[in-house]
Design a protein around this ligand. Structure first.
Ligand code: ATP
Ligand code: MG
Length: 174
């Protein structure tokens, strides 16, 4: 069956959790899954979900772990270079064709914050193997990516505890 391109975007909570949920569902059906995350520093957030996904047989890769907005010891140029390294690895994965599902968590942030140009990501999407299901998450997805995708879900924040001064919770937010 033809693999589709999904986008989970919007300002509400649930984009990454949806991608994790899909990853687990895919593994439950024995699909081969690779989960690539951008702009998340595991040393800062602890083990997060990546360790347990690896235990389920998911291959995990991370790029541009330090977002320069939060880490002053990395530059925008270095972050761009690491994001481009990520795109190269994605192209290699496409070439090898060894997965059924590929998650690109927060790649929309790479575009929104100017580390990757939407044309660069579109070019990668064009090269997607026919059977591969591909998921892009993150706020602020560009219009052209929406047009290219087959499934786009926008999660809208109606209420978020953060706005009432409630801090992020381990195991709930990260
Ligand atoms: P999650 O990882 O919980 O599914 P997300 O992927 O939809 O969230 P991101 O845009 O990646 O959300 O935001 C990263 C962090 O901000 C997460 O800890 C998330 O729970 C939190 N968050 C999400 N939406 C909101 C919001 N509307 N206000 C404040 N914090 C939010
Ligand atoms: Mg997220």
């Amino acid at each position: 069956m033809k693999g589709l391109i999904h986008v989970y975007t919007g300002n509400g909570k649930g984009k990454t959790t949806a991608a994790i949920g899909l990853t687990i569902r895919a593994r439950a059906q024995n699909l081969r899954v690779c989960y690539i995350y951008f702009h998340k520093e595991p040393e800062r957030w602890g083990d997060t979900e990546h360790g347990i996904l690896a235990e389920l047989g998911v291959d995990i890769l991370g790029f541009a772990k330090k977002h320069p907005h939060f880490f002053k010891d990395v530059t925008k140029d270095e972050t761009r270079k690491e994001c481009l390294d990520g795109l190269e690895v994605i192209k290699r994965i496409f070439h090898e064709n060894k997965y059924d599902l590929l998650i690109l968590d927060e790649i929309n942030i790479s575009m929104r914050d100017g580390f990757l140009r939407e044309e660069e990501v579109l070019e990668v999407l064009e090269a997607k193997p026919e059977g591969l299901e591909l998921v892009l998450t993150g706020r602020g997805v560009p219009q052209k990516i929406i047009e290219k995708a087959d499934l786009v879900s926008e999660i809208k924040a109606i209420k978020h505890p953060y706005d009432m001064g409630i801090q992020m919770k381990k195991g709930i937010e990260y």
